[in-house]
Write a protein that binds this ligand. Sequence first.
Ligand code: CTP
Ligand code: CA
Length: 227
Amino acid sequence: IINGSTRGSLRGKKVLITAGGTREAIDPVRFIGNRSSGKMGIAIAKAAADVGATVELVLGQISVPQPVHPRISIYRVESTEEMQTKVTELFPSADILIMAAAVADFRPAQVANQKIKKQDDQEQLELQLVKTTDILKTVAEKKRAEQLVVGFAAETADLIQNANKKLRSKNADIIIANSVAGDNGAFGSDLNQVTILQLGTEPVQWSKMKKIEVAIKLIQLLATKMK
Ligand code: CTP
Ligand code: CA
């Protein structure tokens, strides 16, 4: 059904997508992680592949099956650093980057070589954390004019204001803002309610819909912008 003449096609385009959560090691058996399921990024990967794109999917920790599609190549990563390395390697040949992954902002300053043992008289453990690299910001700084970069903004308060700051500070073309507060929480859900931010236009709020529907709508928007 889908061919090069179909409106909204991404045939011949390369789309780089990250999904899932990163894990930062504390010791050989423990890590700092997050609640990302990977559903939104995986849905975007499927939607892009379905309209003819070649998709490179960099996957962190996910709680759903890996997608299987002839035009989706999957790279598994664990830490923010591994994700950064893969994205940096694949970005130059990509037409579009979509950072749907929930990337750790901080990682343990040191990774213990051995399992950290608790002492009998010990009531507390202090972990020192250091900032990770902002993958989106670092990569988007080097983007060429014809490349499109899309980021997400997960917020529990001041959604539009915070997402707008991210749009500017990260040099993104589009920020997809989603509230992760309380009952609206997108984590793990099949539904998502997002607001689309682009420079020079007012934010556009999309109604609450299935993540796969958000993905299809986003891919249609990107196909229009790619022309
Ligand atoms: N992101 C990234 N590298 C990081 C942190 C975030 O590439 N180290 C990306 C995410 O994939 C997302 C966007 O930046 O596309 C925004 O992530 P978010 O966590 O909402 O914002 P932060 O900039 O990390 O700020 P904060 O968590 O403080 O709101
Ligand atoms: Ca963050």
